[in-house]
Design a protein around this ligand. Structure first.
Ligand code: PEP
Ligand code: MG
Length: 541
């Protein structure tokens, strides 16, 4: 038996075979193919699909980003129709009998070298577009390959690291848990694991070897351990630990239907955080008082290369609204950027993505995309108690601008005679020191605040939450943070408005008493943390 120790991200014990995740476009291998004709068909299908995706993107973007930006996709279309490029791919597949991925990558290199050198070539100055379109073809080719990798039997996934855009697509019926070599416990991949309740351990380093592929392993998410080929004693011990945990969960079930009230009678709301349609079921089982944070940006990552349409978003928000009945559902508008970029929308050349083009900045820059989301939220607001919240706010102007787009969306719906909640409540995330400092003024603009302690810690301490080297420094208990939360709570209450905390600190039961003393109105946590938090609240005197 081999024991590896990493950082615990999400609790639970799971047993299964280890399967390594290969990120298609990163690892292009040179593979000999028996049937070149079949490989050629595979390539042609991927090329047709690429053309279709580009066409869709081009149409979607023409209105939204302007004709100039839509041209980018036209250049990419030209590349996949270019004989110089295509003939080379076909030659490598048929003459050298090599796989399509390798043929595409090699042909692109050759194409850039020859055509890119010619001054009159359309490729000149568009090298990044060639890389983009190649990445798209490789991604499409890898979709088929990934399906083949998925086994019938559920397994434990191992990876070097996982992007949030990959973690969001993990199929919980197949992936029992995951372990990685690198990564940070504060990243959105970790947040997703906790939200979905997928046991996981990260930061196992180089000790997590590819040789372990297919071996039986146990993840102990409570202690941050991975046991490879566990011996009988460990197996028994882990099964027992799992049993004990299940018993604890069963005891917690008795708290369902009970109030979140301290022994001295102070009440606080406990809501749940979600990131997808699948998480709604977990919220219902958790007996949360509502959905305090719907991280809607994850909807933008479910289908690589494609953003969700108004209709698709509407269906998900409506489902959440109807499932929760009278209970509230707070939809945070897309907090894209940072470590949350959908595949195909990645931004090149950002030195500091966490303080870069993200959150409300992208929404206000791409107003059509923003309005599409607001229309979907508004339409769904006719089916339940929906509220809308803007992320990464730093100024009053951002809020007034965002509200203008909301009003425009309302006006359109009114004109179309589509039902929506005219009085939908509007809130902001408090995630930046700037928002803390102007929280008094901000409170006059909105109905509620939700403090995102993950980002607030990152921005207050000037520490990238995804930087694994900073794990020992990143301190959400820093006195500066606690003071900030207190300031915000006081300011918002002076205006008679509602305040919640939805960052990971909300679930930390060592902090519950402090938050109650501050008069925080609501804590919003991963669904699996609702009942443990209720238990803690009820024990406080
Ligand atoms: C936060 O920053 O604390 C938060 C809740 O938002 P996210 O973790 O999605 O950035
Ligand atoms: Mg945040």
């Amino acid at each position: 038996m081999i024991t590896l120790t990493g950082k615990k991200v999400s609790e639970g014990i799971v047993i299964g075979r280890l399967v390594f995740f290969n990120r298609g476009e990163r690892e292009v291998r040179r593979i000999y193919v028996e049937d070149a004709e079949k490989e050629l068909v595979r390539f042609q299908k991927a090329r047709v699909r690429t053309a279709e995706e580009l066409q869709e993107l081009c149409e979607e973007s023409a209105g939204e980003l302007g004709e100039t930006n839509a041209m980018i996709f036209e250049v990419q279309q030209m590349v996949i129709e270019d004989d110089a490029f295509l003939n080379q791919v076909v030659r490598i597949i048929t003459e050298q009998k090599l796989n399509a991925e390798y043929a595409v990558r090699e042909s692109a290199r050759e194409f850039l070298k020859t055509c890119g050198a010619r001054p009159e070539s359309y490729v000149r100055g568009h090298e990044a577009d060639v890389h983009d379109v190649v990445a798209r073809i490789l991604r499409i080719l890898s979709r088929g390959r990934k399906d083949r990798m998925i086994m019938d039997e559920p397994f434990i996934m191992a990876a070097r690291d996982l992007y949030p855009s990959e973690a969001v697509r993990l199929d919980k019926t197949k992936v029992l848990g995951f372990v990685t070599m690198y990564g940070s416990i504060n990243s959105h991949t970790a947040v997703l694991a906790r939200t979905k309740g997928i046991p996981s351990v990260i930061g196992l380093g180089e000790a997590l070897k590819k040789d372990y592929e297919g071996k039986m392993v146990i993840i102990d998410g409570f202690d941050g351990k991975l046991y490879i080929e566990p011996d009988q004693t460990t197996m028994e011990k882990m099964k027992q630990k799992k049993q004990q945990h299940m018993q604890k969960v069963e005891t917690l079930e008795r708290l369902k239907g009970k109030e979140n009230i301290t022994q001295s009678g102070q009440k606080i709301e406990v809501c749940a955080n979600i990131g997808s349609r699948e998480d709604i079921e977990r919220v219902l089982r958790s007996d949360a008082g509502g959905i305090g944070l719907f991280r809607s940006e994850f909807l933008y990552m479910e289908t690589p290369g494609r953003l969700p349409t108004e209709e698709q978003q509407f269906q998900v928000y409506r489902l959440a609204a109807e499932a929760m009945g009278a209970k509230k559902v707070v939809i945070r508008t897309a907090d894209l950027g940072g470590d949350k970029m959908p595949e195909g929308m990645e931004i090149q050349g950002e030195a500091n993505p966490m303080i870069g083009y993200r959150g409300i900045r992208i929404s206000l820059d791409k107003r059509e995309m923003f309005k599409t989301q607001l229309r979907a939220i508004l339409r769904a607001s006719a089916f339940g108690n929906l509220q809308v919240m803007f992320p990464m706010i730093t100024s009053i102007e951002e809020v007034t601008e965002a509200k203008k787009v909301l009003e425009r969306a309302k006006a359109e719906l009114k004109e179309e005679k589509t039902a929506y909640d005219e009085n939908i409540r509007v809130g902001v995330m408090i995630e930046t020191p700037a928002a803390v400092m102007i929280s008094g003024e901000l409170a006059r603009e909105v109905d509620f605040f939700s403090i995102g302690t993950n980002d607030l810690t990152q921005h207050t301490l000037a520490m990238d939450r995804t930087n694994r080297k900073l794990t020992g420094f990143y301190n959400p208990y820093h006195p500066a943070l606690i003071k900030m939360i207190r300031i915000v709570a006081n300011n918002v209450h002076l205006e008679g408005k509602h305040i919640s905390i939805c960052g990971d600190l909300a679930a930390d039961t060592d902090m519950t008493e402090t938050f109650l003393q501050m008069g925080i109105d609501e804590l919003s946590v991963a669904p699996g943390k609702v009942l443990p938090l209720r238990k803690k609240i009820r024990e406080i005197r």
